[in-house]
Ligand binder design. Structure first.
Ligand SMILES: NC(=O)c1ccc[n+]([C@@H]2O[C@H](COP(=O)([O-])OP(=O)(O)OC[C@H]3O[C@@H](n4cnc5c(N)ncnc54)[C@H](O)[C@@H]3O)[C@@H](O)[C@H]2O)c1
Length: 366
């Protein structure tokens, strides 16, 4: 299968390295508006690049494209690729506005095409373990999910991620993952979102550097995310690959506590641990004991955290076999709606009901 990588930065090169392992993939070409990015990709990955999108999309044998460009380019690249008849994997966030994300979901359905959105934490061996335990009933009914995510300001002053036009809201760029997981685990629609954010510590960001966001689900479950990206020592590198130890030393923390009626799970990415408790009611009250513990080696970090490896290979297989995406555009749009509701809640200082966030008519934010 011939594949194109649209956006030859860090993520584009990461995907290229994954795809090299696939026996199905016969040819990879990179596209980027930056000649520098293409040259770096040629040098580091041995993959040739082109600055002609028309040429790449005009090749009928190039069946699948990965949209790995900066967020502001996602919609145009994904739409052009879908219209050229390509199957598309598009990185999160779907787009920098809910209107654009909604147009993408409508388009792929109208074309009966393939569009998978890159919520690759749904491939993480850590978070799929949580999902499996929930689906097996080991936690009973999930009632409450707490996520604490504290990381240093590792992007730096000039990153496109700090600019609203290029990156969109921090909620979409970074936190969409961490509201997507509770949606996937709880299996009930989000009903209401309430979010707060203080003025930034990182003064040079156009985006917010902190959020507290709570979601209430239709089935009564509640999830809460605390996010803070303060100054501290900074790794200034790719935080997703080999730097988990460095991140831990930088004071990064990313923990989930998922509490159900019959048990609980705690995941600690930077500590490389997962624990499961089972509850028992005794004559004295509730008794909880740890019944399962897991850990992994540093060299397995990629599979237990941002598992873009298994995601990329699974998408190639799905396209080859004519299967639908594992995370559809419509499903991903629901996560993007939660992100929009969180920003709207911060702005308006009130809880937002999800029914206010209509896919084709989202309320305007300032
Ligand atoms: N799923 C994850 O955990 C995860 C992790 C990292 C990055 N990402 C996503 O991957 C994407 C890329 O991130 P990155 O870390 O590689 O950033 P990067 O800055 O390293 O690379 C972005 C590339 O996009 C190119 N670009 C910008 N506008 C373009 C356009 N209109 N057409 C073609 N190319 C264009 C830039 O020239 C640059 O080479 C982002 O959407 C980001 O959110 C996801």
């Amino acid at each position: 299968m011939k594949i194109a990588i649209l956006g030859a930065g860090v993520m584009g090169r990461t995907v290229i390295e994954h795809l090299k392992e696939s026996p199905i993939v016969t040819d990879i070409v990179a596209y980027d508006t930056s000649a520098e990015s293409l040259e770096e990709t040629r040098r580091k990955c041995g993959v040739e690049g082109s600055q002609s999108l028309d040429e790449i999309l005009g090749d009928p044998k190039r069946k699948l494209v990965f949209v790995t460009a900066a967020n502001g380019a996602h919609k145009d690249l994904a739409m052009a690729s879908l219209r050229a008849g390509k199957s598309v994997m598009c990185e999160k966030p779907m787009a920098t506005s809910l209107e654009d994300a909604s147009v993408m979901a409508d388009e792929v359905e109208a074309l009966n095409g393939f569009l998978q959105i890159g919520f690759e934490l749904r491939y993480s061996r850590l978070y799929t373990t949580v999902k499996k335990w929930i689906d097996e009933g080991k936690l009973g009914e999930v009632r409450n999910i707490q996520c604490n995510y504290i990381c240093s300001e590792f992007w730096g002053r000039d990153s496109w991620r700090t600019k609203l036009a290029a990156g969109g809201s921090m909620f979409g760029e970074k936190l969409s993952h961490y509201v997507d997981l509770p949606r996937w685990w709880v299996r009930s629609p989000v009903k209401e979102v309430y979010a707060l954010s203080s003025p930034n510590v990182v003064s040079y960001y156009e985006v917010r550097d902190n959020y507290q966001a709570s979601c209430k689900f239709d089935n009564g479950a509640v999830s809460h995310l605390t996010f803070f990206m303060p100054f501290s020592s900074t790794s200034l590198g790719d935080p997703l690959l080999d730097l988990l130890d460095q991140q831990k030393e930088d004071g990064h923390e990313l923990r989930y506590l998922v509490m159900g009626t019959e048990g609980a799970v705690e995941t600690n990415v930077f500590g490389r641990t997962i624990k499961r408790w089972a509850y028992r009611e005794t004559s004295e009250g509730f008794h909880a004991e740890i019944v399962e513990r897991g850990a992994w080696k540093p060299e397995e970090d990629h599979f237990y955290f941002h598992n873009t490896h298994d995601q990329a290979l699974d998408i190639v297989r799905r396209v080859q076999e004519g299967l639908p995406p594992s995370i559809s555009a419509r499903d991903a749009l629901e996560t993007m709606k939660v992100c929009e509701a969180a920003d709207l809640s911060v702005e308006q200082g009130r809880a937002i009901e999800m029914k206010e966030i209509l896919p084709n008519n989202p309320p305007k934010r300032a």
